[in-house]
Design a protein around this ligand. Sequence first.
Ligand code: URA
Length: 271
Amino acid sequence: MASLPDPVPNVQQLLAFYLEAGVDCALAEEPVDHLADPDAAPPGREAAPVQPVRTIAAMLPTARIEAAPAPEAAIALARETARTAPTLEALRGLLEKFDGCALKHTATRLVFADGNPNARVMFVGEAPGREEDLEGLPFVGRSGKLLDRMIATIGLDRSKAYIANVIPWRPPGNRTPTPQESQICLPFIRRQIELANPDVLVCMGGPASQALLGIKQGIKATRGRWFEFHTGTREIRAIATYHPAYLLRTPAEKRFSWRDFLAIKKALSES
Ligand code: URA
């Protein structure tokens, strides 16, 4: 007996399928054949201009993509805005209203912080991923679960640690944030650190370490090293360590993180 053809999926089902498969943003209006010879484009057909990134979720209703200000203006605006926040809650409110970073328009929600803002140790990662974007909390996906286990080894949990990211909006498709995006978000995370006022700052991964510690070297060269970090009101100790996502991919390196976490424990007992 001849089998019935598969029913044609509707748009919703197709988008749900893409989301499930991890394809959660569109980079252009038209599909791009990356293997096509660029010189062989049919005459009269201009290359499609690059469109702003849109999340699949944002395509469903009537999403509007606002034009973000030029990077220099956005960085200046971020500095002025972040400086005015008297409290962490005020800072969160200012970030909710801040329109200088285009990532805000593709993310589902702001991922500000988790844990205890009065904790003596603050962990900072690079940027939220898919799970964090959906929940609005940092480090709740696979790497977050590993981070929880790592901090548990030194007697901490989220009630004794404060957790945030350099960038508080998920870059579409988890792409690497651009240097401009990091620069725009930097004044906010710096102010967040100043207001949380931890004794010890833990920068997880190369991008967070470079952004916060102003270093150029990669994480392999800097992990385990202590730095002086000026919060704006005082000097605190800061350490660079591997990002948990890297450890998930490279478990053999966990032994180095173990050393870093013991050093963090020691620093907390000393300060
Ligand atoms: N990776 C990060 O850097 N931050 C998160 O919140 C989750 C994964």
